[in-house]
Unconditional design. Structure first.
Length: 265
């Protein structure tokens, strides 16, 4: 494990593997180097790139510093880009896609950006996320009930069926999820005003000048795919591509060839 220090003093843990142009992978909700798709994806990309996987603040082996703001997470990516030599390609999935877009919108030196299924709710193909969603997460975490926060995220945020969420409590992964549940507040901040079933705000990503690939899965639900299509139109010059046969639980072996082609073209 290696570390960099972000602007506010937070220690960000990362792993570097492979050789070639730098690629930074940005995880979605509750994932980190020890839990999620980034590490196996890094193994697929390592023959072509120097790949940086990292633990977003408050997860894994990274520390955290209050108060939180999206700008602090952007600074974490900036510290990694500096460590990588000053420029890097960036790939983000789910809420990591939202964060990667924030980084590009802030003008970070990102050579190319690829994002997969930023889960926006832009129409009536699913119920909007409740207006009190972020407050309920805060309340559960403040009360020392990380499990309740996870259930709110699973049921209201990503619409996992109730029986599946119930069974998750008895699976080996549940304790790992509870450890990082406080960071669900950070993911909620990235979606503020973007999951209420209304069209995307005009000019929201107008600052993105980085070449951008916006992706979805061919087997994902309509609401996710509709949101991704809207995002592709909202990001200046973005390319939209569907990875057939994939859902939100994207397989590293399915996306790796797409990223290799895009980042090397």
């Amino acid at each position: 494990m290696s570390t960099v220090t972000s602007q506010d003093g937070t220690t960000i843990a990362y792993t570097r593997t492979g050789s070639g142009p730098a690629v930074i992978l940005v995880d979605g909700a509750m994932c980190h180097r020890g839990f999620g798709p980034a590490t196996p994806l890094a193994a697929e990309l390592a023959p072509h790139f120097t790949v940086y996987t990292y633990d977003r603040r408050g997860r894994g082996e990274s520390t955290d510093t209050a108060p939180f703001s999206i700008a602090r997470e952007v600074e974490d990516i900036a510290a990694l880009i500096k460590e990588a030599g000053g420029t890097a390609h960036v790939y983000g999935i789910s809420s990591g896609a939202a964060l990667a877009l924030e980084a590009a919108n802030a003008g970070l030196p990102i050579t190319k950006l690829a994002v997969y299924e930023f889960p926006l709710v832009v129409d009536d193909t699913r119920p909007p996320v409740p207006a009190d969603y972020a407050r309920r997460l805060e309340t559960a975490i403040a009360a020392g009930r990380p499990g309740a926060a996870i259930k709110t995220f699973m049921r209201e945020g990503v619409r996992v069926p109730a029986p599946v969420v119930f069974m998750m409590q008895f699976m080996p992964a549940w304790p790992k999820l509870k450890k990082v549940a406080p960071t669900l507040r950070y993911d909620a901040a990235l979606f503020d005003g973007l999951h209420d079933g209304t069209p995307l705000p005009e000019g929201r990503w107008a600052g993105v000048t980085t070449p951008t690939l916006v992706m979805d899965g061919g087997k994902s639900p309509a609401w996710i795919r509709n949101g991704v299509a809207a995002l592709a139109k909202a990001v200046p010059g973005a390319e939209h591509r569907t990875i057939e046969g994939q859902t939100h639980m994207l397989k590293p072996k399915a996306v790796a060839p797409v990223l290799v082609e895009y980042f090397t073209s």
